[in-house]
Design a protein around this ligand. Structure first.
Ligand code: ADP
Ligand code: ADP
Ligand code: MG
Length: 687
């Protein structure tokens, strides 16, 4: 086994590899870009080397720097993870030339599978079934159009060098072929530096079923069963599971044998995935065709780990260090059912537009670390919930890399139990500060098609009515959550019950208190929520909504709650009860329930007063209060809008920002000082 390896990747996969290396007593070296200097993967490793740069081509793709880092730290091998350099044959070759072991297949195997067209030619010789199509070298448009006619519409034009779901065009009619071809070739040239395409029959309502293979350097190759990755958006995977629902043992063995044949045809070594497209036959069976081989570890490898009990990264390290595979095909069994959900920073309602920002709140469901099956003969129940993340609360999702934040992997004794655990785990995944697909994933997992295992690549499209633009948590519940949270916080600060406060909202035994909450939308809505205390001590909630400033009163509801600790509350509105979890980030109050969530903002008339108070270029206190933080030093140059001080007043924090650009000439107060309304906090001079 190696003493030390370099991990040429970032994020969750770099953390994942580091975890197994540590268990095996292998030291790890991280590499990082300027954007990742404080990243989780850097901390997960024993040593770290800066690559500089931000964008992938200036950092994680600079392989001469990565090789230099490996030499400088004395690493013996390089793990490429996935993405980046993992399927780059030149990099694999350069590693070997530098005397480093590339933890992956031989360069020739990467090359053989690198072109989808060339790989298909090879596979057809090896007797692996292919989708009817044309994958020759000649890309003459007239010839391709004739081939499309021969194959029969609809057809799919695919970039031979493509990947990541890009460079594909479905064509339904002959008259659209020429334009689609030209556009596909343009994208292929621009994205992959190679305009070559292939044409194949478009399989309607297909399933994506892939086989995990593993080969050692001693001629032994086995498969570890399949993963169904049919739930996709934009040809990219969303949910993955193993085993594939409804796949017979016979068909599994057949697909496994085809995958092993594919790997052996290219002299494969290490972990690889052979992707098949499968279509249902009229007699309820499936027919499958080779699609491509990914010559690396796959994002969704944890579902295979969960049902086999094996640690695939451990196997990668063992095989790369020359050990033979420790097990034979007949000892591989799939136990129970595992599902993975890819948590991405994106907005599903806006065409899955990627989102960036800071993970201000990041709460994972209860989970346990990944356990491997130490005894190859006996299956040990894996973690019911596993989280593979490369980020911590407070980390940023930058625009430089992909939008995957983490993966949630659940295991159950059967699919129903796995589904129930997935639903609960997604319910308890709370992310605030940027847009994510967590709620969307939960809806997909709960959709009739997914729960009924009616799987194919059109599932999301078919279920769109229940997946997109769904209402969040109703306002009354969200408001109740915000009120419970705010009063619990006040009570905690005063160490007393909220009703004994001396701030005047309790009047004549009956009382009311107003909460101003803003719901951000295309047009923000200002909700005025009134908490009423009746004579008999019961509480009422009254909602009013409208444009900022206006208020239309609604009917009162009886409100009760009790704190459950950890920002959770059991709340009752009239006769219904549910558990709400409330997280605060700045002015935002996110309320999560079992059925949905809603983010409201503290709409603070005082903060709006602050807008006016900074006029004239002076930074003044908008109300009497205490200075709790000063964010600039004397002599510092600041930009307009830059936060300079934080004040606390009326149990609320207010950040005061520079009214204009300038230099901080003098700080007039210190942290802890009480200031009066209108007091100038610091003197700002022209820059
Ligand atoms: P990539 O390299 O981008 O992963 P693939 O060849 O694996 O490209 O295809 C990605 C996805 O596109 C598949 O998972 C499947 O959903 C869809 N797809 C690929 N080939 C076909 C086909 N012939 N008919 C229908 N859908 C296809
Ligand atoms: P898989 O085929 O393993 O299921 P994908 O086909 O979606 O996964 O692609 C592999 C993964 O590699 C992506 O999900 C992404 O996280 C990562 N990846 C690919 N290219 C890049 C890149 N240029 N920069 C960062 N990450 C990348
Ligand atoms: Mg693929």
């Amino acid at each position: 086994m190696f003493n030390k390896i370099l991990i040429a990747n970032r994020g969750e996969i770099a953390c994942r590899v580091a975890t197994t290396a540590r268990r095996l007593g292998v030291k790890t070296v991280a590499v990082y870009s300027d954007a990742d200097a404080q990243a989780a993967h850097v901390q997960a490793c024993d040593e770290a080397v800066a690559l500089g740069g931000l964008a992938a081509q200036d950092s994680y793709l600079r392989w001469e720097r990565i090789l230099a880092a490996a030499r400088a730290t004395g690493a013996q091998a390089v793990h490429p993870g996935y993405g980046f350099l993992s399927e780059n044959e030149d990099f694999a070759r350069a590693c070997a030339e530098a005397g480093l072991v590339f933890i992956g297949p031989p360069p020739a195997a990467i090359a053989a599978m690198g072109s989808k067209a060339a790989a298909k030619a090879l596979m057809s010789q090896a007797g692996v079934p292919l989708v009817p199509g044309y994958h020759g070298d000649d890309n003459d448009p007239a010839l391709l159009a004739r081939e499309a006619e021969r194959i029969g519409y609809p057809v799919l034009i695919k970039a031979s060098a493509g990947g990541g779901g890009r460079g594909m065009r479905r064509v339904d009619r002959a008259e659209d072929f020429a334009a689609a071809l030209a556009s596909c070739q343009r994208e292929a040239q621009a994205s992959f530096g190679n305009a070559h395409v292939l044409v194949e029959r478009y399989v309607t309502r297909p399933r994506h079923i892939e086989i995990q293979v593993f080969a050692d350097a001693h001629g032994h190759c086995i498969h570890l069963g399949e993963r169904d990755c049919s739930v996709q958006r934009r040809h990219q995977k969303v949910l993955e599971e193993s085993p594939a629902p409804g796949l017979s043992a016979e068909r599994r063995a057949e697909m496994g044998a085809a995958a092993v044949a594919a790997a052996q045809a290219v002299g494969y070594v290490g972990a690889g995935t052979v992707e098949f497209i499968a279509e249902p036959t009229t007699d309820g069976d499936i027919r499958f065709y080779f699609m491509e081989m990914n010559t690396r570890l796959q994002v969704e490898h944890p579902v295979t780990e969960a049902v086999t009990g094996f640690d695939l990264v451990e196997w990668q390290l063992r095989v790369a260090s020359g050990e033979p595979l420790a097990i034979t095909q007949d000892r591989v069994t799939l136990t129970g059912h595992a599902i993975e959900a890819r948590i991405c920073a994106e907005n599903p309602d806006a065409g899955f537009l990627p989102a960036t920002g800071t993970l201000g709140v990041l709460r994972w469901p209860e989970h346990v670390a990944f356990r491997r099956n130490a005894d190859m003969e006996r299956f040990h129940e894996p973690a019911p919930v596993r989280v593979d993340a490369g980020v911590r609360q407070g980390d940023a999702i930058s625009p430089h890399y992909d939008s995957m934040v983490a993966k949630l992997i659940v295991w159950g004794e059967d699919r129903a139990q796995a589904l129930a655990r997935l639903d609960a785990a997604l319910r308890d995944t709370h992310i605030l500060g940027l847009q994510t697909n967590v709620t969307f994933l939960r809806r997909v997992a709960a959709s009739a098609s997914f729960t009924g295992a009616d799987l194919d690549t059109a599932l999301i499209e078919r279920e769109r009515a229940v997946l997109f633009e769904q209402p969040g948590l109703p306002l009354s519940w969200a408001a109740a959550g915000v009120i419970a949270w705010a009063l619990a916080r006040e009570a905690g600060q005063e160490g007393a019950d909220p009703w004994s406060r001396r701030d005047g909202w309790r009047l004549h035994g009956g009382a009311q208190r107003r909460f101003d909450l803003l719901e951000r939308a295309a047009t923000p809505v200002h909700h005025t929520v009134t908490l009423l205390r009746h004579h008999r001590g019961t509480l009422g909630l009254r909602l009013g909504s409208g444009a900022p400033g206006s208020s239309a009163a609604g009917a009162d509801q009886v409100l009760r709650w009790r704190g459950l600790g950890d920002d959770r509350f059991e709340v009752q509105l009239d006769d219904t009860r549910q558990v709400l979890c409330v997280h605060a980030l700045g002015q935002q109050r996110a309320v999560f329930s079992a059925t949905g969530s809603l983010v409201l903002e503290d709409f603070d008339p005082i903060a709006h007063a602050a807008d006016g108070a900074t006029e004239g270029g002076r930074l003044t206190a908008p109300m009497p209060g205490k200075v709790i933080a000063l964010l600039a030093k004397a002599g510092q140059t600041v930009e307009a809008g830059q936060p300079l001080a934080v004040m606390e007043a009326m149990k609320m924090e207010h950040t005061l920002c520079a009214p204009r650009a300038g230099t901080v000439a003098e700080l007039l107060y210190a942290v802890g000082d009480q200031v009066g309304e209108g007091a100038e906090l610091l003197r700002l001079a022209e820059a």
